[in-house]
Ligand binder design. Structure first.
Ligand code: UDP
Length: 236
C-alpha cells in the first residue's frame, strides 16, 4: 500500500505523556507512545513533533495564581522543553535519531529553531521535536503545530487526542455524541467545536493544511492514518 502522507507534523499535548497520572511524565507510557511513532518512522515517514506542556504547567494556571500572563506563558513554554527531552530520550532508547529544536535558545540542551535546518533533519531521517512553542507568549502549542507544519510544508497535521475524533458535543459528557468524519475549518470555528484554538485553525485553513484528529491511545491508528485509512476525523 502506498504512503499517502510522507511528511507529517504530530501535535502531542503534554497530557499524552502523563499516562494515567494527573501530573508529570510517565516513562512507561511515553515508551509505549514512542513505539507507535517508531512504527511510522520505520515505514519512512518524515516526522516532526510539537509537544505541549499542560502536564506540567499552563499559562492560564499561572495567571490564576496571580502571575503575569506573559511570565506564566514563558513558564509553560519551559514545561514543553522538559517534555521534549523526555520524548527524545524515549525515542533514542529505541534507536530513533532525533533532534530537539527550541524556539527559545537553550544551546546546552537543544538546537535553536532554524526552519531550513529542521527540514534538513527530516530529509536525513531524524525525528524533529519542536520545543518551547512559538517562543512567544499568548500562543498555544496547537498554534505552534499549525505554524511549524506550514513552515516545513507537512502534508498533514495530526492532533492526537484521548477520544476517537471530533464530535458534535463532548463525548465525555454526552453518550449520544456523534463522531464527525469530515468537517470544514469554518464549521469547526462556527460551531465552536473543541478541536484546536481558532488561531491554529485559521492558520491551517489559510495554508490548506488538513488536520487529522485521532485517538492516540488506540494502537496502530497513526500507521493507518499515514496510509490514508479512515480513522478519526479530518478537517479540511
Ligand atoms: N505557550 C506559549 N506560547 C506558545 C506555546 C505555548 O506561551 O507558543 C505556553 C502557554 O502558557 C501554554 C503552555 O505554554 O499554556 C503549554 O502549552 P499548551 O497549553 O499548548 O500545552 P498542551 O495543552 O498541548 O499540553
Amino acid at each position: 500500500m502506498p504512503l499517502v502522507y510522507k511528511r507529517i507534523l504530530l501535535k502531542l499535548s503534554g497530557e499524552a505523556l502523563m499516562g494515567d497520572q494527573d501530573y508529570g511524565i510517565d516513562p512507561h507510557f511515553v515508551s509505549e507512545l514512542c513505539d507507535e511513532i517508531k512504527d511510522v518512522y520505520d515505514i519512512g515517514v518524515q516526522i516532526a513533533i510539537v509537544i505541549g506542556g499542560g502536564n506540567i504547567f499552563r499559562g492560564i494556571k499561572g495567571t490564576e495564581m496571580g502571575l503575569d500572563r506573559a511570565t506564566a506563558d514563558y513558564m509553560g513554554m519551559l514545561a514543553t522543553v522538559m517534555n521534549a527531552l523526555a520524548l527524545q530520550d524515549a525515542l533514542e532508547k529505541k534507536d530513533v535519531p532525533t533532534r530537539v529544536m527550541s524556539a527559545i535558545e537553550m544551546r546546552q540542551i537543544a538546537e535553536p529553531y532554524i526552519r531550513r535546518r529542521a527540514i534538513r533533519h527530516l530529509e536525513k531521517g531524524r525525528i524533529v521535536i519542536f520545543a518551547a512553542g512559538t517562543g512567544s507568549p499568548f500562543f498555544t502549542t496547537d498554534t505552534t503545530g499549525a505554524l511549524r507544519a506550514a513552515e516545513i510544508k507537512a502534508d498533514l497535521l495530526l492532533k492526537a487526542t484521548k477520544v476517537d475524533g471530533i464530535y458534535d458535543k463532548d463525548p465525555m459528557k454526552y453518550p449520544d455524541a456523534k463522531l464527525l468524519k469530515e468537517i470544514s475549518y469554518l464549521d469547526v470555528i462556527n460551531k465552536n467545536l473543541k478541536v484546536m484554538d481558532h488561531t491554529a485553525l485559521t492558520l491551517c485553513m489559510e495554508n490548506k493544511l488538513p488536520i487529522a484528529v485521532f485517538n492516540i491511545k488506540k494502537k496502530g491508528n497513526l500507521r493507518k492514518i499515514v496510509f490514508g485509512e479512515d480513522v478519526g476525523s479530518i478537517v479540511r
